[in-house]
Design a protein around this ligand. Structure first.
Ligand SMILES: Cc1cc2nc3c(=O)[nH]c(=O)nc-3n(C[C@H](O)[C@H](O)[C@H](O)COP(=O)(O)O)c2cc1C
Length: 363
């Protein structure tokens, strides 16, 4: 039998990782008062045999805390809270990156501090609803169109949060420019109707993302900076538009010029979304010379094949890491994966369905 290619050490930017298995970012809503806690440290530590952990979406700003109980990394308490996770993961030999997720229009006032604002490139409401702890499911609201000053301010919030992330002990930062949140809202001409130099042409729609990446890379180092993209993704009401290919072709070329550590590409077809055309994955792969991470619906065999084909360097696994804290060991030993994934407990508040999934036991 051919040896697996999943277990060779790699270097991502400046981060040395022990295998090619990445734990995908997953919001789990355990951060009571938006502050990372001991329970979260335990959850990530259980999964620290991954070559690289990418945390759940973590807000750089009070304005980006759209969901109930998601963490931030903009206050001193949040930074102190995250240190518990980074210290424990490092002690266990793992590497961990914080995903900066500004939820933009995918927010509800009931989830946010009363002085926070729901901001987006344009005042275009997303279709759909979101969970609030106070009143259950609620419709999205019309966001406030960002002024040029608010755009500048949001960029400074990303930079401060990235710096806080390193101070909290993270090995790097992933900018969440996927799945319909603030950064992707700028990329799409359906959520971005601006008439200034942040809207209209491909170059203008990519401007905010490129400015944020540039500023973060300048602040913490390009070798510690990555980005997540979801071309053709439809999550959070992001319909397809005719210039998708042109947008991601341009964006990936610009990201290559910035020489950042990685691009993390998402394909949610395994979750019922339309498939991401292979062609756009290849375009991004060819345009971008540093590390590519692919994510979405992989198992051990398809991950090995994707690496073998040259389409990606690393593979991220999301749901399999929830109910298989020892996913890496199971892959290494060809042990069966757990089948009991409880989706009802994805976003609840306590340890059930979070830190209580068992490690594999040989009978
Ligand atoms: C419970 C849950 C929470 C998620 N939260 C995030 C998130 O915070 N940020 C993000 O970029 N993707 C998020 N995702 C998407 C995953 O990172 C991943 O792309 C998706 O689960 C597909 O990979 P899989 O088929 O291996 O599960 C989430 C997925 C799940 C299941």
């Amino acid at each position: 039998m051919k040896a697996s290619n999943l277990f060779s050490p790699q270097i991502v930017g400046s981060i040395e990782i022990k295998n090619r298995i990445v734990m995908a970012p997953m919001t789990r809503c355990r951060a009571i008062d938006n502050i990372p806690n001991e329970l979260m440290a335990e959850y990530y530590t259980q999964r620290s045999s991954a070559g690289l952990i990418i945390t759940e979406g973590t807000s750089p700003s009070p304005n980006g805390l759209g969901y109930a109980r998601i963490p931030g990394v903009f206050s001193e308490k949040q930074v102190e809270g995250w240190k518990k996770t980074t210290t424990a993961v490092h002690k266990n030999g793992g590497k961990i990156i914080v995903q900066l997720m500004h939820s933009g229009r995918i927010s509800h006032p009931l989830n946010m501090h009363k002085d926070a604002q729901i901001l987006a490139p344009s005042a275009v409401k997303a279709a759909g609803q979101m969970w609030t702890d106070l009143k259950g499911l609620q419709d999205f609201v019309v966001p406030k169109e960002m002024t040029p000053q608010e755009i500048l301010h949001a960029r400074t919030e990303y930079v401060a949060a990235a710096e806080n992330g390193l101070f909290a002990g993270f090995d790097g930062v992933e900018l969440h420019s996927a799945n319909g949140y603030l950064l992707e809202e700028f990329l799409s001409p359906i959520s971005n109707l601006r008439k200034d130099n942040y809207g209209g042409s491909v170059e203008n729609r990519c401007r905010f993302v490129i400015e944020v990446v540039t500023a973060v890379a300048n602040a913490i180092g390009k070798e510690k900076t990555g980005i997540r993209l979801s071309p053709y993704g439809v999550a959070s009401d992001m319909p397809h538009y005719p210039e998708i290919d042109a947008t991601y072709d341009y964006l990936s070329k610009e990201l290559n010029k910035l020489d950042i550590a990685y691009i993390h590409l998402v394909d949610h077809s395994a979750m019922g979304a339309p498939a991401v055309p292979l062609e756009i994955k290849k375009v991004i792969r060819n345009n971008f010379k540093n590390t590519i991470i692919l994510c979405g619906g992989f198992d051990k065999e398809t991950a090995e094949a994707a690496i073998e084909s040259g389409l990606t360097d690393l593979v991220a696994f999301g749901r399999p890491f929830i109910n298989n804290p020892d996913l890496v060991k199971r892959f290494e030993n060809n042990w069966p994966l757990s089948q009991d994934l409880n989706m009802d407990l994805f976003y609840t508040a306590d340890e059930k369905g979070y830190t209580d999934y068992p490690f594999y036991k040989i009978e």
